[in-house]
Design a binder for this molecule. Sequence first.
Ligand code: ZN
Length: 137
Amino acid sequence: MSFWQKIKSGLMTFMAGRHGSDNLGMFTLFTGLALSLLGSIFGIGLLSLLGFALYIITIFRMFSRNNEARIKENQKYIQLTSQWKTRWTQFVKRQKNKKDYKYFRCPKCKLLLRLKRGSGEKDITCVRCGHQFHKKA
Ligand SMILES: [Zn+2]
């Protein structure tokens, strides 16, 4: 067994039954990194301390053997951020297709809809709630 294989197998034995990294872990790690970097650039000790606290949380979660609790935390994190991720993805998509489509929301359920530009006035039926309204593209 080579040196690296020994390290790899040792690490695998050590990490067996431990939670490891997940979405929340990546978030706390990179936020901690950003905070400690900003803290040292601007000389703000509190930010560095906060970043360090996030490292501790990241390490604690990665090496934790209480998988159930860590999975619950991660699910809560995903649930909280998925709404913002969807909004961001929609925003980027809208900016990209701005020239070809006109975007608007259903007046009743606020679902984001689009019409091809230059297609004139149309009667629209919302795909989610069935509300009918008139729109010009
Ligand atoms: Zn609707």
